[in-house]
Design a binder for this molecule. Sequence first.
Ligand SMILES: Cc1cc2nc3c(=O)[nH]c(=O)nc-3n(C[C@H](O)[C@H](O)[C@H](O)COP(=O)(O)OP(=O)(O)OC[C@H]3O[C@@H](n4cnc5c(N)ncnc54)[C@H](O)[C@@H]3O)c2cc1C
Length: 434
Amino acid sequence: MNREVQHHFDVLVVGGGPAGMAAAACAAECGVHVGIVDDNLRLGGQIWRGESDDLQNTERSKWVERMRASGVTTLFGLRVVHQPQAGVLLAESLDSVCALKYEKLVVATGARERFLPFPGWTLPNIMGAGGLQAMVKSGLPVRGKRVVIAGTGPLLLAVAAYLRKHGAQIPMICEQASWQTLSRFGLALFSWPAKIMQGFELGRDLSGLPLAANSWPLAAHGQQTLESVTILRAGRAETVACDYLACGFHLVPNVELALLLGCAVGNGGVRVDDFQETTVSSVFCAGEPTSIGGVELALIEGQIAGLAAAGHTKEAGACFSKRRKARRFAQLLDRTFRLRPELRSLPSPETTVCRCEDVPYSRLQRYTSWRAAKLHTRCGMGPCQGRVCGPATQFLFKWNPDSVRPPVFPARVETLVATAGQLEPQHSEVRGGH
Ligand SMILES: Cc1cc2nc3c(=O)[nH]c(=O)nc-3n(C[C@H](O)[C@H](O)[C@H](O)COP(=O)(O)OP(=O)(O)OC[C@H]3O[C@@H](n4cnc5c(N)ncnc54)[C@H](O)[C@@H]3O)c2cc1C
């Protein structure tokens, strides 16, 4: 393994999505020394994943340019796994460990898809909707493949449009929300002109595709791999042949790192004040860990967090009204794509809920809390550390996941050894440099 390296920043940003990029650029433009770390190999987060560096004048390229011009240090392929002491984060790459010291921290770790278990959901070729899109962006061919898209949230439509552009056939898009709720959502969009434009473009890209509201997957079937899926469509079951099922039930904030740092979480998101500062002094949070609100909210929260972390609170305050408007969109998303209670009866007793530790639904039914279920069944104690089954059980059983323990992601033994106090003497310290 490579020698460990230490970096020291005035402002460190964890997460290179829209929120993190905006935070890093705004902080660095105030003249402080800023670093940004992401476990991907490029900037962009989920929405701008795979966008070419050559594309000019995209929103992503504008932020990349601002970061470059203001001298932000970028650290890619590094995942933050632990805070061994206050003001120091530990990150690991494929072959090294890195200690990242900071005066101010911006947590911009984004969100992930929520999965709900139903019979057959662990068959090969069933993936998260955003997950399948990410695989196609990385080169998975879907030309001619039949992809059923199911779950809830605007991501389903974005993914359907993307997959269609890449040659997939889309036999059905199933949205659990009702037509009435979706119509109210459509009308409410008139308060956000940019969203209306996006909606029109999406409508054009999706024209002719069957969209079924009040619909969700009941069971997936196949011998070795997925062959078909049974959908409950407005009260009637119908089975659709397909090669892939892209299935996600909206998004859940990635709050694990913030929790590890001691930040308070409420209503599922990290609690922040007007300046995006968490309940832990000098730790800010921006983007989807605070609430699921789309790219505009992520960008504006990132700008406020970056400016405030650099001490420019007056400039940060000038962004508050834009954020108020963007937050109203987050509330609209929350109301529209709230899960309906019927989805709680999707799993059968045999359905696997924790796929890392092979724990079926029937074993979990005996317990009354996440902690008890973990202790007795190992649910949530596998490699994903409850990132998949945690949000599922929270919905199915109304359990609240309790505290997070380090490391927040599975880490190598060498990294944990570094955690045990061997960071200081033998390491080189780097200030600046790209
Ligand atoms: C799977 C998925 C696909 C999506 N696709 C679309 C889409 O096609 N269109 C659309 O409009 N919206 C999409 N969204 C929603 C979009 O992500 C949000 O609207 C918004 O852009 C979020 O920005 P963010 O900066 O808060 O988070 P993100 O863009 O998620 O960025 C967070 C970054 O932090 C990194 N990170 C997290 N934890 C660590 C750690 N411990 N160490 C290092 N790095 C870490 C992540 O790898 C990621 O790059 C998608 C969301 C998801 C979850």
